[in-house]
Design a protein around this ligand. Structure first.
Ligand code: SF4
Length: 445
């Protein structure tokens, strides 16, 4: 087929993996992948619909692609992903200029959709009603949109938790694990292709295997990934706090490739707010979380996220969270202001703090975390660690240490690398300083 498709992938890394999977189907269907969306015949926008801000970004991107089409600069626009899954026909009504829509359960239909759109059809909607329930294995596991020597390995989709503020189960459906065979094959092929860092992702990573007696546990799956020969590291993202097991912690202590790093979104510390959030299962696990994990895994790096301004959050509840964050000293922490989401249990709950109050709480929490980060980064000065080189800008190289997850944890800048240095090299550095959330380092060898 003589059309090219260019991707704009919005939202999280899980969406990026879906974009890669669609690109794989297109490639196997002999559809050309454009180097950039602006130069493509068909612009494909893979959307996120998690919160208002994500939907606004998607809307702006769709409108600008449609304007590109109206100017005659491309032939068609296709919209895929969570926004289609969530709104289906409603979305088609809002964007009559869009030629094709594809839900998250129809990734394997991208080639027929492109064919129809290329043949001049418009407003083609391929998004089955009901909750998403499928998983997809990539046809080309090394077709990566990360633009670097790192990759995301999605091991499951959907979520069985029903956090009161979250629309993800509504969009992505119930939790389902991919086959362990397919995951291991994908990980092996990534390593063979030169991927040096595999970030294991899902909506609920530590729940892997819990949906089938045929599947291994997450610990066993990780052990098998750890046994793959090669020069690579593995990092776990998106884990529910109460799913951390002694076996997992032991694995972090003994594995060859897995970073001593956990991303455990606590969202809040006060039991009343956690229960109101329908996260009662996390109440016990949240208390003393960092102290327990640091005792079990010396040197572990811990990331979390907090949600402020949830309905019913009083100043006392927020003060509890402030004190918790102060005590816990997370290495990395993100804060979000609650925004009511349609089709969630919290939508319409009473006692919603004023937006101004919620934003001020967000700022206070971030200011506290900035102090914690400064103290912690100061303590890192003089430490040696292994830097994965991502890109060169003039004399300087930028990369990430095991303690730095992509997109969220900052980067490390290093000078003085030999001319032979290449993207994907892992080099030994000493940390020499920091600038807000980024680190500076000197090359050791
Ligand atoms: S665990 Fe995460 S994805 Fe699942 S419902 Fe809660 S916030 Fe949403």
């Amino acid at each position: 087929m003589s059309v090219s498709v260019g991707f704009i992938s919005l939202g999280c890394a899980k969406n990026l993996v879906d974009s890669q999977i669609m690109a794989g189907y297109l490639k196997s269907g002999a559809v050309e992948l454009a180097a950039a969306p602006e130069s493509a015949d068909i612009i494909l926008i893979n959307t996120c619909a998690f919160i208002d801000l994500a939907r606004e970004e998607a809307t702006e991107t769709i409108l600008s692609a449609c304007a590109h089409k109206a100017n005659g600069d491309c032939r068609a626009v296709i919209v895929t992903g969570c926004m289609v899954q969530r709104y289906r026909e409603r979305l088609a009504e809002v964007f009559p200029e869009v030629d094709g829509f594809l839900g998250v359960d129809e990734l394997d239909q991208i080639v027929p959709l492109v064919e129809q759109v290329a043949a001049g059809k418009s407003q083609v909607l391929m998004a089955a009603a009901g909750a998403a329930h499928r998983n997809f294995d990539p046809l080309y596991p090394t077709l990566l949109f990360t633009g670097g020597p790192f990759a995301y390995l999605k091991i499951s989709d959907g979520c069985n938790h029903r956090c009161a503020y979250c629309a993800i189960p509504e969009i992505r459906g119930n939790f389902r694990s991919r086959s362990d065979r397919a995951i291991l094959e994908e990980a092996r092929r990534m390593v063979e292709a030169g991927v040096r860092e595999i970030n294991v992702i899902s909506q609920d990573t530590l729940n892997y295997g819990a949906d089938s007696l045929e599947l291994p546990s997450i610990e066993s799956l990780l052990q098998q990934i750890d046994q793959i020969e090669g020069d690579f590291r593995v990092r776990l993202l998106y884990s529910y706090p109460s799913s951390v097991t002694p076996e997992l912690l032991e694995l972090l202590n003994t594995s060859r490739h897995i970073c001593k790093y956990l991303d455990l979104p606590v969202q809040h510390s006060h039991p009343e707010i956690l229960r109101a959030m329908n996260r009662a299962a996390a109440v016990d696990a949240t208390q003393d979380l960092t102290a327990r994990l640091r005792a079990a895994v010396p040197g572990i790096v811990l990331r979390t996220t907090c949600l402020v301004g949830f309905p019913g959050e009083s100043e006392a509840h927020f003060e509890h969270l402030l004190q918790y964050v102060k005590r816990s000293e997370f290495d990395h922490l993100g804060v979000f202001v609650y925004s009511p989401e349609e089709d969630t249990a919290a939508f319409g709950m009473e006692d919603l703090p004023d937006l101004e109050v919620a934003e001020e709480r967000c700022e206070r929490l971030m200011a506290l975390q900035a102090q914690i980060v400064e103290k912690k980064l100061r303590l890192l000065i003089g430490r040696e660690d292994e830097l994965l080189l991502l890109r060169q800008e003039g004399e300087l190289w930028y990369g990430r240490l095991p303690r730095q997850a992509p997109d969220v944890d900052g980067e490390t800048m290093v000078a003085g690398l030999p001319a032979t240095a290449r993207v994907g090299d892992r080099v030994l550095v000493t940390i020499t300083g920091f600038d807000e959330y980024d680190l500076e380092a000197a090359f050791l060898g």
